[in-house]
Design a protein around this ligand. Structure first.
Ligand code: NAP
Length: 336
């Protein structure tokens, strides 16, 4: 077989604030052939995740930072092109952390073979992948959601947020989403069945929360941090749970993360605020995927994906879309 070229995106320098084109190196090398017990694959879909911004900083976190000169870490779906691994055959679709590159070689560890008849391959990077798992365990386990409660989710029109709101509806809760722009808010209350939506770009979030959650918030699922977190803290019900999932409004901060000033509301409301990392739930992913799959099949959960078609060279500008609110639902780059 002729050796193919493997286009890759590597980290050239650590960004200050927003990631810039010069922070990346676009490299072409020969695609490697699979060794004994390995398969080679061609990348079909690459996942874009806000967490990627944190992986670029050289500071302690739940994963080591991406090293300078290394291929950018990313979840992706690849199609097997050649295999000496007994568990993988040519044509199989496999999800894994394969990085931003056109061709991969893997021994199959830490990967998931996709059954293409269950859902579109990209859905294994979204509703049935890491964001879906994040919504499920964040809401049900960390948030300890109970039927009939009032749930508020920020970043509500994104990959995790759309799943949080729909899972909460499936569990019989009242759901208020916070998102940027009238179009996203209309989608939440229309197609996705949220009870109310707040446009944080034009509305006073605290006032709107008082209107839409008059008895207080039982579970606040926070994807954005900053001022929106503060507004939600001011509107908690007794024994509320604040789920710290992420804080995208703070990821590009160059002068330190802005902490909440309304935290004493936790005391007054006897509330709890707890963070989590989805990877800790890996042993239970199959259980969650089964339940989410059931909700997708019976129409209670709609899968929202924002697919950008291009090449690995489009990765840097596609990543920026997350920080500019240009995606609705799960953002993926489909290699064409
Ligand atoms: P996403 O919501 O699909 O995309 C990011 C969205 O964030 C944008 O569409 C934008 O929507 C919003 N945003 C960007 N800048 C903002 C700002 N300054 N203030 C308010 N909103 C802003 O991304 P995702 O993959 O679902 O991730 C959501 C959050 O979950 C992130 O914080 C991520 O780090 C976190 N996460 C955590 C875990 C975990 O294990 N804890 C796992 C996965 C994801 P608008 O147009 O509405 O502004």
């Amino acid at each position: 077989m002729l050796s193919a070229e493997n286009r890759q995106i590597r980290l050239a320098r650590r960004p200050e604030g927003e990631v810039r084109p010069g922070d990346w190196e676009h490299v072409t090398e020969a695609a490697a052939a699979p060794g004994e017990g390995q398969f080679a694959g061609r990348t079909r879909f690459i996942s874009l995740d806000p967490a990627m911004r944190g992986w670029l900083d050289d500071r302690p976190s739940y994963l080591p930072p991406v090293g300078l000169g290394e291929v950018m870490r990313a979840g992706s779906v690849v199609e097997v092109t050649e295999s000496t691994h007994p568990g993988f055959r040519t044509g199989d679709l496999v999800a894994g952390t394969f990085g931003v590159q056109e061709h991969v070689v893997s021994d199959g560890r830490g990967t998931l073979k996709i059954q293409p008849d269950t859902a579109s391959p990209s859905t294994f990077l979204g509703a049935l992948g890491m964001p879906g798992m994040t919504a499920y365990f964040g809401l049900l386990d960390v948030g300890a959601l109970k039927e009939g409660e009032t749930v508020v989710v920020s970043g509500a029109a994104g990959a995790v947020g759309t799943m949080v709101g729909q899972i909460a509806k499936a569990k019989g809760c009242r759901v208020v989403g916070i998102a940027g722009g009238a179009e996203k808010c209309a989608l939440l209350t229309g197609e996705l069945g949220f009870d109310a939506a707040i446009d944080y770009r034009t509305e006073n979030v605290r006032k709107a929360l008082r209107t839409h959650a008059p008895d207080g918030i039982d579970v606040y699922f926070d994807n954005v941090g900053g001022e929106i977190l503060d507004a939600a803290l001011a509107c908690l019900a007794m024994h509320a749970r604040v789920v710290v999932c992420g804080a995208i409004s703070q990821y590009n901060a160059t002068d330190g993360v802005r902490g909440p000033s309304n935290y004493l509301s936790l005391l007054v409301r006897r509330a709890r605020m707890e963070g989590f990392v989805v990877f800790d739930y890996a042993p239970r992913f199959t259980e969650a995927a089964r339940e989410i799959g059931g909700w997708i099949a019976d129409g209670r959960i709609k899968v929202l994906e924002h697919v950008v078609r291009g090449t690995v060279d489009d990765f840097p500008r596609t990543l920026q879309m997350l920080f500019r609110g240009e995606n609705t639902g799960k953002l993926v780059l489909e290699l064409v």
